[in-house]
Design a protein around this ligand. Structure first.
Ligand SMILES: Nc1nc2c(ncn2[C@@H]2O[C@H](COP(=O)(O)OP(=O)(O)OP(=O)(O)O)[C@@H](O)[C@H]2O)c(=O)[nH]1
Ligand SMILES: C[S@@+](CC[C@H](N)C(=O)[O-])C[C@H]1O[C@@H](n2cnc3c(N)ncnc32)[C@H](O)[C@@H]1O
Ligand code: SF4
Ligand code: SF4
Length: 329
C-alpha cells in the first residue's frame, strides 16, 4: 500500500465524497430557503462511478472515506454505496456526516452495509431555535438519531455544532453537559465565511478560545488524543464525564499544515481544498471510458494542486461558484 505525499509533504489519505447537493434542511448559513439549483440525475456521479473512483483513490493512498452532501441520507442508494465501498480492501474507515433527520430508521441497514461511524450536525437543543436555523421542525428526529447511533455502537458518535454569536452561544454549557452525561463527542466549529454568505457576519464568529473559557467555568478540561478520527478537531476530556468536547478552529488557528484530505463533489469534481476553487473534472474523464491509470493521474493532479493553506481572509469570491452544501463541508 502506498502513501501519497503532496507538494508540502502532507500524507493525503482521506477522501470526503459529497454524494448529493440536495438536502431536507435549509440551514441559514448553508442554503437559501428555496434550496439551490438541483443537479440533474445525469449530472451527478453514478453509484458505479463513485465506487470506481474510490478504488482508484485507494491506489493513491486513500484509506478513509467520509460520505457527506448536501444530505447524504437523501441519496437513495446510500446503503448500497456503503456496501460497495466496504469491499475495497485498502479502506479502513467509512464515516458519514449527516443532519440525522432520516438516520434512525436507516441505522441498522447502514451499519450492516459497513458504516463504521457517524458525525451528526446539531447546532441547538431548543426546538424553536432548531426550526429557526434549519427552517424545518426536526430536532426530535436528530436526537433520536444520536441515541440510535450510540445504541448500535457506531462509535465514536460525534456532534458538530457551529457556534454562532447571538444564536447558540447561550447553550455552550448545555452541550458540555451532554458530553458529560453521555459518551458523545461534541465538536464546536468556528463559523466560516463560505458560500453566498447569506447569514455570515464577522461578529457572529466566536473563537474556540472564547468557547473554551466559557466551558471551563463549569468543567476542568484535559487534552486527549483518544478520540478516533481523521479530521482537525482537538479534543478535551471533562473531568468525571463520559464524552469529550472538541474544537475545530479554521478561523483562529489554521490546521492546514496537517491537512490530509481531498474532496469529491456530487457532480464529479476533485477539489484539493475546501477553500480553493480550482477543480479537476473527474466526471468528464469518466465519460470518455478512461483506464484506471488515466483516473489515477487525475487524483494525483488534484493532490498536487493542494494549496499550502486556505486564504479565507481574502473572501470567498464571486467567481467561486459553490456553496458549502455543494462541497460537503
Ligand atoms: N477549513 C476546513 N474546515 C474543515 C475541514 N474539514 C472539516 N472541516 C470543518 O469541520 C466540520 C466537521 O467535519 P466532519 O465532516 O465532521 O469531518 P471530520 O472532522 O474530518 O471527521 P473526523 O474523521 O471524525 O475527525 C466540517 O463541516 C467543516 O466545517 C477542512 O479541511 N478545512
Ligand atoms: C455542509 S454539511 C453536509 C452534511 C450534512 N448535511 C450535515 O449537515 O451534517 C457539513 C457540515 O458543514 C457545516 N457547515 C456548513 N456551513 C458552515 C459554515 N459556514 N461554517 C462552519 N461550518 C459549516 C455544517 O454545520 C455541517 O456540520
Ligand atoms: S448544513 Fe447540512 S443539513 Fe444544513 S442545509 Fe447544509 S447540507 Fe443541509
Ligand atoms: S482549508 Fe484547505 S488546506 Fe486547510 S485544512 Fe481545509 S482543505 Fe486543507
Amino acid at each position: 500500500m502506498i502513501d501519497m505525499l503532496d507538494t508540502y509533504n502532507r500524507n493525503i489519505n482521506y477522501l470526503r465524497i459529497s454524494v448529493t447537493d440536495r438536502c431536507n434542511l435549509r440551514c441559514r448559513y448553508c442554503m437559501p430557503e428555496e434550496g439551490i439549483s438541483k443537479l440533474d440525475h445525469r449530472e451527478i456521479l453514478s453509484l458505479e462511478d463513485i465506487v470506481r473512483s474510490v478504488k482508484v483513490a485507494a491506489g493513491v493512498g486513500i484509506r478513509k472515506i467520509r460520505l457527506t452532501g448536501g444530505e447524504p441520507l437523501v441519496r437513495k442508494d446510500i446503503a448500497r454505496l456503503i456496501g460497495f465501498i466496504s469491499e475495497v480492501p485498502e479502506i479502513d474507515d467509512i464515516a458519514m456526516t449527516t443532519n440525522g433527520v432520516l438516520f434512525a430508521d436507516m441505522a441498522e441497514q447502514l451499519k450492516a452495509a459497513g458504516l463504521d461511524r457517524v458525525n451528526f450536525s446539531m447546532d441547538t437543543m431548543v426546538s424553536e431555535k432548531f426550526r429557526y436555523i434549519s427552517r424545518r421542525d426536526h430536532l426530535a428526529d436528530v436526537r433520536k438519531a444520536i441515541f440510535k447511533a450510540l445504541e448500535l455502537g457506531l462509535e465514536p458518535v460525534k456532534i458538530n455544532t457551529v457556534v454562532i454569536r447571538g444564536f447558540n452561544d447561550d447553550e455552550l454549557l448545555d452541550f458540555a453537559d451532554l458530553a458529560f452525561d453521555f459518551p458523545l463527542h461534541i465538536r464546536f466549529i468556528e463559523f466560516m465565511p463560505i458560500g453566498d454568505l447569506l447569514f455570515w457576519k464577522k461578529d457572529r464568529m466566536i473563537t474556540s478560545e472564547q468557547i473554551k473559557e466559557k466551558i471551563e467555568q463549569r468543567y476542568e478540561l484535559t487534552p486527549t488524543k483518544l478520540v478516533k478520527g481523521s479530521g482537525p478537531a482537538r479534543y478535551f476530556k471533562l473531568a468525571g464525564g463520559r464524552g469529550t468536547i472538541g474544537f475545530i478552529t479554521p478561523m483562529s488557528h489554521k490546521f492546514c499544515s496537517e491537512c490530509n484530505r481531498l474532496r469529491m463533489t456530487a457532480d464529479g469534481k476533485l477539489r484539493g481544498c475546501l477553500y480553493d476553487k480550482r477543480e479537476i473534472d473527474l466526471k468528464k474523464a469518466l465519460q470518455s471510458k478512461p483506464s484506471d491509470e488515466d483516473l489515477k493521474q487525475l487524483f494525483i493532479e488534484a493532490i498536487l494542486l493542494k494549496p499550502y493553506e486556505h486564504h479565507m481572509d481574502a473572501g470567498w469570491g464571486k467567481d467561486n461558484p459553490r456553496k458549502m452544501s455543494q462541497i460537503g463541508g
